[in-house]
Write a protein that binds this ligand. Structure first.
Ligand code: ATP
Length: 461
């Protein structure tokens, strides 16, 4: 390789994602739904691998975090008491000339972003939550929301988790899953969607220790993103100014990544203080309503911890590292996809993903598809490797060997294992293993393949 490398544009990434089966526009056979995307055969593997890496590092490798999986459909009172019903909105304007609708806080020079007209309506607040009818009734009293963040399911289960696990502070509750926001202007592919996934941790701490824990979590989360392959030069911290903070936050630090459209938020780490637990158990009238949906009934439903020394109760503070899974995928694809000029002047597109994230862990390629001995051995190896639990192994018998290598470079497969005529030459059977990044090939005895791959895929959480 001559070393000439160029990053791909957002347009290149979108078309590669479609061509290779990572991400598709949802319902594209009907013209598509704006801001909604489907993950294809390779995309779902990448997404699951990133989720698994997050869960490993946040839940499995720690002693102080429990996981949950709460419902997407959310009781209206939860989002009323959390403040979302009143404040979870963006200012919106319409262009009177071309009818384009956009966010007022993202306008350039007060001009319509589509036609440049200044003939815009006054900004008005637009609530971002999706409402749905619950049950057979279709009136005002019966609606629910699709959750706009996974966090509220954690707060409302706080007491259930404490009671069932006997947790003491500091400890966290993690969950990942879908969230829904009716964004005014979904854009930049999977960067801003209307249905997306979040990976959120609510880490509960003693009031007074919150600032220390906030700093710790910012550091932890930056390091984790680096382990997923993001370059430190493309990561930056942004301390939100006081006037921009969300209604629940005392301080928020955003981790920004340099996406193809510029530096933007990948993850936000907020100090939510005691706002959420406090407001879910606050005043008696509200508490009585709330107690109907909690098993323990009235004052027992307060979301508090006991201070045994002083025989009193207090509301813990909470630090929230909240990451966007889809933005993570976009960052990893932006980082990984590159076009390289090889020494012979030819070009290849390669997706340099960390091995624990790749959709396929290896491709097993029979060099001659019409040679029964080679085919049988390649199938035998692929079947054996599939049982190791490393992830998907591809038995690749489409196209010639050069095309197979190129295709697997483009989808990030870290190595191709080729069964060829030399396999049976020596007493000890061997295969050629070609490395995606260096393109170097080396011979490995078949009996050492399992060990080699296990070393190679040592999960990078
Ligand atoms: P933004 O300012 O970009 O709208 P936010 O500050 O409202 O984001 P949070 O409420 O902090 O976002 O949500 C936590 C994370 O969820 C974000 O850092 C982001 O990665 C992800 N996220 C939020 N909204 C979207 C969206 N519409 N599409 C995809 N991911 C999103």
């Amino acid at each position: 390789m001559s070393g000439d490398v160029c990053k791909l544009s957002m347009g290149d990434i979108v078309s590669l994602c479609k061509r290779r089966g990572f991400i598709f526009q949802s319902a594209d056979v009907y013209g598509g739904l704006q801001g909604i995307y489907d993950y294809g055969p390779l995309g779902v593997e990448l997404k699951n691998n990133l989720k698994a890496a997050w869960w490993r590092s946040i839940v499995h490798e720690r002693d102080d975090v429990e996981g949950i999986d709460s419902s997407l459909i959310t009781h209206r009172l939860v989002l009323q008491h959390s403040g979302h019903e009143d404040t979870f909105s963006d200012p919106m304007v319409d262009c009177r000339d071309c009818q384009c609708r956009m966010r007022a806080d993202q306008l350039m020079d007060g001009k319509c972003e589509s036609c440049g007209s200044k003939n815009l309506t006054e900004p008005r607040q637009f609530n971002l939550m999706f409402r749905a009818n619950f049950g057979a009734l279709q009136d005002e009293s019966s609606f629910v929301y699709l959750r706009p963040e996974t966090a509220q399911g954690i707060f409302t289960n706080f007491k259930n988790v404490v009671d069932s696990t006997s947790r003491k502070l500091p400890f966290g509750i993690a969950q990942m899953g879908k969230s829904f926001r009716n964004e005014v202007t979904p854009r930049n592919f999977i960067f801003r969607m209307r249905e997306f996934e979040q990976m959120e941790l609510e880490f509960f701490v003693e009031p007074g220790s919150d600032e220390k824990w906030h700093g710790k979590w910012v550091e932890e989360r930056v390091n984790w993103w680096k382990k997923q392959g993001l370059d430190s030069d493309k990561l930056k911290l942004f301390h939100q100014p006081k006037e921009d903070l969300a209604h629940y936050a005392k301080a928020t630090v955003d981790i920004l990544y340099e996406f193809p459209h510029g530096f933007e938020e990948l993850e936000g780490i907020a100090n939510r203080t005691d706002f959420d637990l406090g407001s879910h158990s606050k005043n008696q009238e509200e508490l009585n309503l709330f107690a109907k949906v909690l098993p323990n009934g009235d004052s027992n439903s307060k979301l508090v911890m006991q201070d045994l020394e002083n025989n009193s109760q207090f509301v813990p503070y909470v630090i929230e590292p909240s990451a966007g899974l889809d933005r993570g995928i976009l960052a990893i694809l932006t980082e990984g996809f590159r076009r390289e000029i090889l020494e012979n002047g030819s070009e290849r597109v390669v997706l340099r993903l960390k091995p624990h994230l790749t959709p396929f862990k290896a491709a097993v390629v029979p060099l001659a598809k019409n040679n029964p001995r080679i085919v049988e051995k390649a199938r035998e190896i692929a079947n054996h490797l599939k049982m190791l639990g490393l992830g998907r192994i591809k038995y690749e018998d489409v196209g010639n060997i050069g095309k197979a290598y190129r295709r697997h470079d483009e989808i990030g497969t870290p190595c191709c294992i080729t069964v060829d005529f030399d396999t049976f030459e020596a007493v000890e059977e061997s295969v050629t293993v070609r490395d995606r990044d260096s393109m170097r090939q080396r011979r490995i005895p078949i009996k050492e393949l399992e060990f080699f791959l296990k070393e190679f895929y040592n999960p990078g959480s």
